[in-house]
Design a protein around this ligand. Structure first.
Ligand code: KG4
Ligand code: ZN
Length: 336
C-alpha cells in the first residue's frame, strides 16, 4: 500500500511517499520539503495569505520530485493523505484540495490526518522506532501536550498548556529579544553563549500537582527583565535567552517525568518542533537514563513539519484499521 502524504498546515510544504506492505512498520520511500521561512522572515512571522500562495506553487513540483525519486508513477499511489488540521485555514485548503483532486482523478481514496498525530507518530520513521505503549510529549508551535499512547489511535490526554505552547514561549521571547523568526532555533542558538541561571524566571505550574502547563507568564517576565536591563540588554541578551530556555526546558522535563511516574510507562516519545531543542534532549536523556526510561525522538529533520509524518500517520491508521480512506471526494479542513 503506497500512501502519498501532503502537509501544508503552516509554513512548510511537505510531500512524502510511505510504503505499508504487510503488518510491519511502514517504510519511507521518499520525501521532499520546501520551507517558507525565508519568505516570512521579513514580516517577523507567518503571513497566512503568502503561505497559501506558496503552498500552491510548491506542492505539485514536490509531489513530482517525490514520485520520481521513488521511481513511482502517480497511478501506483493507493491512498492520498493530507493534513486536515489544525493549522491555517487557507494553507490547509491547498493540501486538502490537491489531495482531493488527485484522488478524484486517479480514482483512489483520500484520507485527512490530524497534524498532531503526524508529529506523535513521526518517531516511527526512525531506524529504531518505539514500541507501544509510551508517554508522548508533544511540543510544537501551537501545542504542548502530554499523552499516554496505548496504540495507534488510542490516546489519553494527561495534561496540556492552559495558555501559550512551549514553541510559542520560545518564539515570543525570541521576538522580545529581537531575535527574529523562527524564534525557537535562534533563541536556542544564542543560549549557548549564555548562562541558564543568570536570571530568575518563573517556572509556571511546576508544582501544580497536575500535568498542565502555562507559559504565558514567562514572556511577561522576560519582557519585564528586558525593560529592567534597558540599555544593558544587549550585553546580557545571551544570559536572558539561556535563562528563558532553562525555564521552559525545566518545566517540560519535570512534567514529563511526572507523567512517567503517573502512568508507570518506561518509554517516552518527544515530538514536534521544540523536540529539536538540544537542552531539552540533553536534560530529558539524562533524567530518563537514571530511571531506566527510553527516550525516542524523530530524526532531527523530522521534528518540524514535514510530509513524511502525515503519510506515516495515514499508513499506520489504515494498517491498524482505525480508519477507512474514502472515495467520497469532498474534503474538510479543521483549522482549530
Ligand atoms: O512542529 P512545528 O514545526 O510546527 C507546529 O506544528 O507548530 O514546531 C514549530 C515550533 C516553533 O515554535 C519553533 O520555534 C520551535 O518549534 N522550534 C524550536 C527549535 N526548533 C524549532 N524551539 C526550541 N529549540 C529549537 N531548536
Ligand atoms: Zn507541526
Amino acid at each position: 500500500m503506497l500512501v502519498l502524504g501532503i502537509e501544508s498546515s503552516c509554513d512548510e510544504t511537505g510531500v512524502a511517499l510511505v510504503d505499508a506492505a504487510g503488518a510491519g512498520v511502514p517504510k519511507l520511500r521518499s520525501q521532499a520539503l520546501h520551507s517558507q521561512i525565508e519568505m516570512h522572515q521579513a514580516y517577523g512571522g507567518v503571513v497566512p495569505e503568502l503561505a497559501s500562495r506558496d503552498h500552491i506553487r510548491r506542492v505539485l513540483p514536490l509531489a513530482r520530485h517525490v514520485l520520481g525519486e521513488a521511481k513511482c508513477d502517480l497511478r501506483d499511489v493507493d491512498v492520498v493523505a493530507y493534513t486536515r488540521g489544525p493549522g491555517l485555514a487557507g494553507a490547509l485548503l491547498v493540501g486538502a484540495g490537491v489531495a482531493c483532486a488527485l484522488g478524484a482523478a486517479l480514482g483512489k481514496p483520500i484520507l485527512g490526518v490530524h497534524h498532531l498525530e503526524g508529529h506523535l507518530l513521526s518517531p516511527f520513521l526512525s531506524v529504531d522506532p518505539p514500541e507501544f505503549p509510551f508517554v508522548a510529549l508533544l511540543v510544537s508551535g501551537g501545542h504542548t501536550q502530554l499523552m499516554r499512547v496505548a496504540s495507534v489511535g488510542d490516546y489519553e490526554l494527561l495534561g496540556e498548556t492552559i495558555d501559550d505552547a512551549a514553541g510559542e514561549a520560545f518564539d515570543k521571547s525570541a521576538k522580545l529579544l529581537g531575535l527574529g523568526y523562527p524564534g525557537g532555533p535562534a533563541l536556542s542558538k544564542l543560549s549557548e553563549q549564555g548562562r541558564g541561571d543568570a536570571f530568575k524566571l518563573p517556572r509556571p505550574l511546576l508544582h501544580s500537582g497536575n500535568l498542565d502547563f502555562s507559559f504565558a507568564g514567562l514572556k511577561t517576565a522576560v519582557l519585564t527583565q528586558a525593560k529592567k536591563l534597558g540599555s544593558e540588554l544587549e550585553a546580557h541578551k545571551a544570559d536572558l535567552a539561556a535563562s528563558t530556555q532553562a525555564a521552559i526546558v525545566e518545566v517540560l522535563v519535570k512534567k514529563s517525568l511526572a507523567a512517567l511516574d503517573q502512568t508507570g510507562e518506561k518509554r517516552i516519545v518527544v515530538a514536534g518542533g521544540v523536540g529539536a531543542n538540544r537542552l531539552l534532549r540533553e536534560q530529558l536523556n539524562a533524567a530518563c537514563a537514571k530511571r531506566g526510561v527510553r527516550v525516542h525522538y524523530p530524526e532531527l529533520h523530522l521534528c518540524t513539519d514535514n510530509g513524511a509524518m502525515i503519510a506515516m500517520a495515514a499508513a499506520m491508521r489504515l494498517q491498524a484499521h482505525k480508519e477507512e480512506a474514502t472515495e467520497v471526494y469532498t474534503f474538510d479542513v479543521k483549522p482549530r
